[in-house]
Design a protein around this ligand. Structure first.
Ligand code: IFM
Length: 449
């Protein structure tokens, strides 16, 4: 394969999430999610914005599909809104919700775009928060499995590749301990660990339920955003220190490691002490259910160096470049070293980069162009990381840019833009940015340009 090129079956995609783009929060029988309720609380979201309209994608999806075709995408990662399918979180199925995703998936397939749905990207039905305490309860882990079985059972005749959850920490520790994500609670550290365990368990239960309900074989995976480290330079000692940093990370020890290894490492439980989650051996077996693929999100990583004698590591400041307005982290090797680490842990597991991109504020020129050169550079450097990983035979199946569209960036509201395509929120007009044009050319050439 030529340098920096991609094999013919490599998927070039873009990603979004239901709550961030769909809008139409009260339409066609959708119930409230915890994010709807969180957004209504003054001071939670920048400028008290919300996602009631967002990109209006629920109604404009045909236009957005045309944009995907224009960019030449071969895959699209999106999420299914749990409260659209089960407005009460469980029980009565909202057929209109299911019909929406069936229609959307059919249109993707007709356009030759492989669907990569995620079953829950943070938007837990509010009914489950009110009734059970959300991710504090293992009841909700079981409700997730029911929901996963329902949706995969319905759509598996046309969708093969599924992710259960997206970035567990944002739904659990950040939501119930740090108060920064819905439902915005600041409970104990133990609750942070327990909610994390309960969501990891939901993932395992969801995989089993989905496989049992599927009409034909499905590829079940998860999307995680490990804490990422990279060697300050690529000498053996700094690389060895980098592996130590990955495996000392709470973030990695609490989620990805148990999912891959089917157990919490002894050193993790010892360090957690009374804050460790309650769990059973049976739950750990479920959590360790072998995956068919793993999605990895990466936005940045921390440089690491070895301490003299090779017995430990130091993390170092993240380099940044100055755009004149803001500082942007500059970690072009992070994505490559994240792939290396996960591949080292699970050499046979097919991987995909399910999110990667740059969030910033940006303007539009008088000619109506968006010259997002920083995002285009971030894209180029990260695609080079993918090409390097492929050249080293890491089973990387695809790359999904975050995001197809500018969208509702959670607590930051609409102030941060990530899209390859700009959205004018007043008119809902879409404009392909420089980064989108660049990505289209890369996809056409199948090599990093
Ligand atoms: O917008 C989010 C997405 O929902 C999850 N991953 C990170 C993105 C950028 O912050």
């Amino acid at each position: 394969m030529a340098e920096h090129s991609f094999p013919p079956d490599f998927l070039f995609g873009a990603a979004t999430a239901a709550y961030q783009i769909e809008g139409a929060v009260g339409e066609d029988g959708r119930g409230d999610s915890i994010w709807d309720v969180f957004c209504r609380q003054p001071g939670r979201i920048k400028d008290d914005q919300d996602a009631t309209v967002a990109c209006d994608h629920y109604r404009r999806w045909r236009e957005d599909l045309a944009l995907m075709r224009e960019l030449g995408l071969t895959a699209y990662r999106f999420s299914i809104s749990w409260p659209r399918i089960l407005p009460d979180g469980e029980g009565t199925v909202n057929e209109a919700g299911l019909a929406h995703y069936e229609q959307f998936v059919d249109a993707l397939l007709e356009a030759g775009i492989t669907p990569y749905p995620t079953l829950c990207h943070w938007d837990l039905p509010q009914a489950l928060e009110s009734r059970y305490g959300g991710w504090r309860s293992k009841e909700v882990s079981r409700r997730f499995a029911d929901y996963a079985g329902l949706v995969v059972g319905r759509l598996s005749d046309r969708v093969t590749t599924w992710a259960t959850l997206n970035e567990i920490d944002n739904m659990t520790r950040r939501a119930y301990h740090r108060g920064a994500s819905a439902p915005g609670l600041t409970l104990s550290r133990q609750v942070g660990a327990q909610t994390t365990h309960n969501a990891v368990l939901a993932h395992g239960l969801g995989v089993l339920a989905a496989r049992a309900a599927a009409k034909r074989p499905v590829a079940m995976g998860l999307v995680e955003d490990p804490e990422v480290f990279w060697p300050v330079w690529e000498s053996d000692e700094h690389v060895a220190a980098t592996w130590m940093a990955y495996e000392a990370s709470w973030f990695n020890r609490a989620k990805l490691l148990p999912i891959i290894e089917g157990r919490y490492r002894d050193e993790h439980l010892a360090a957690e002490g009374a804050d460790a989650p309650e769990f059973t051996d049976d739950e750990m077996r479920i959590i360790g259910t072998p995956l068919d693929w793993l999605g990895l999100n990466c936005y940045r990583g921390q440089p690491v160096r070895a301490v003299p004698g090779g017995l430990g590591f130091n993390t170092m400041p993240i380099p940044a470049f100055d755009t004149g307005v803001t500082q942007i982290s500059f970690t072009p090797l992070a994505l490559y070293w994240m792939l290396r680490w996960v591949h080292r842990l699970a050499p046979e597991l097919p991987l995909a980069i399910t999110e990667n991109g740059l969030g910033c504020s940006e303007g539009i020129t008088t000619d109506g162009e968006v010259l997002d050169v920083n995002r285009k550079e971030v894209l180029r450097l990260n695609l080079e990381c993918c090409a390097r990983a492929l050249a080293e035979h890491i089973p990387l199946r695809g790359y999904f840019a975050w995001s197809l569209l500018d969208n509702f960036e959670w607590g930051s509201g609409y102030s941060v833009r990530f899209g390859l395509v700009r959205v004018n929120y007043a008119t809902q007009q879409r404009t392909v940015k420089l980064s989108g044009n660049y990505y289209r050319e890369v996809i056409r050439a199948r090599r990093v340009l």
